[in-house]
Design a protein around this ligand. Structure first.
Ligand code: TMP
Length: 222
């Protein structure tokens, strides 16, 4: 079995650290729930018990020796498990799936950020079990310095450790952002770029607008 089921509703959310993506997905999920629209909320890396174990490995700030290739394959491994165990069954059942990060994150972080060739990352995702494609991708866009400031303030107030990626340089996050914007330019039919600046409510309003347009053209789930 390969690719995405026809007429699927697979929506992914992307953005650099501190873009507000995770808060916004949660708000969108609450909004859909209030309107009685059934959906599944999941994330990468994670979404399955095996994926959660991989998540701990890849984000552990102590794993400074991890090579870019090891990192790439771990993200792909978690994704393969996630697709088979969670995403594809939900899409086949006609459900709306909201996923916090997906393949574009690998293209942006391991590709544009770490310098692994994008065509090779693409080729890896040509495997039947990895080739599912989002129907809509909402990219939260914000300049890297402002986003990193947000991310660090968040870690401080939640007494949460920085992840391996938050320790990366400003230039790294600028490359990741450029990578995302380039993908959005190449696939304007799939991407909606949302301005992630402004208040949480203002951004939420933009996200709800994008989701409403999507559900109007695709049809809301039964
Ligand atoms: P999160 O901040 O959305 O929870 O994502 C965890 C981190 O993992 C984030 O720094 C981005 C990174 N990441 C990759 O580098 N490649 C990937 O394929 C995915 C899904 C995430």
């Amino acid at each position: 079995m390969s690719a995405t089921p026809r007429n699927s509703r697979f929506v992914t959310f992307e953005g650099i650290e501190g873009s507000g993506k995770t808060t916004q997905i949660q708000m969108l999920s609450n909004h859909l729930e209030e309107r009685g629209i059934d959906h599944l909320l999941t994330r990468e890396p994670g979404g399955t018990p095996i994926g959660d174990q991989v998540r701990r490995l890849v984000l552990d700030p102590g794993n400074t020796a991890m090579t870019p290739t090891c990192e790439l394959l771990l993200y792909a491994a978690a994704r393969a498990q996630h697709i088979e165990q969670v995403i594809r069954p939900a899409l086949l059942a006609g459900r709306l799936v909201l996923c916090d990060r997906f393949k574009d994150a690998t293209m942006a972080y391991q590709g544009s950020g770490r310098g692994i060739r994008l065509d090779l990352i693409d080729a890896l995702h040509g495997l039947d079990t990895l080739s599912i494609r989002p129907d809509l991708t909402i990219l939260f866009d914000i300049e890297a310095p402002a986003a990193l400031q947000r991310a660090r303030a968040r870690d401080h107030t939640r007494s949460r450790d920085e992840t391996r990626f938050e320790q990366e340089s400003l230039e790294f996050h600028q490359r990741v952002r450029s990578g995302y914007l380039e993908m959005a330019r190449q696939e304007p039919g799939r991407f909606v770029v949302v301005d992630a600046r402004g208040t949480v409510e203002e951004v939420h309003h933009r996200v709800v607008g994008a989701m409403d347009r999507f559900l109007t053209t695709r049809g809301a789930p039964e």
